[in-house]
Design a binder for this molecule. Structure first.
Ligand SMILES: [Zn+2]
Length: 81
């Protein structure tokens, strides 16, 4: 699993009370985020997140957070259970 992304999502989810935090919903969110990540980001096999533009760029990029928030909204509107 994409560990780095997972950790960031955990972090964002911990600040939200309005969404289910079970593994199913988390995996849905992760799948959506990975599909929508801007092309400048790469997720390595270890689950680390890199920016192609600048490898030293902070991994907590604002556009990643944005994608996570978007993914949360999608799962929130149509939860699978
Ligand atoms: Zn759930």
């Amino acid at each position: 699993m994409e560990k780095a992304v997972f950790n960031i999502i955990d972090n964002v989810l911990s600040k939200r009370d309005d969404i289910c935090k079970c593994d199913k919903c988390k995996l849905d969110i992760i799948a959506i985020v990975l599909n929508n990540l801007p092309p400048k980001y790469v997720v390595t096999e270890k689950g680390e997140l890199y920016s192609r533009v600048d490898e030293m760029e902070v991994q907590f990029g604002a556009d990643i957070i944005k994608e996570i928030v978007k993914a949360i909204d999608i799962v929130l509107k149509s939860p699978r259970h």
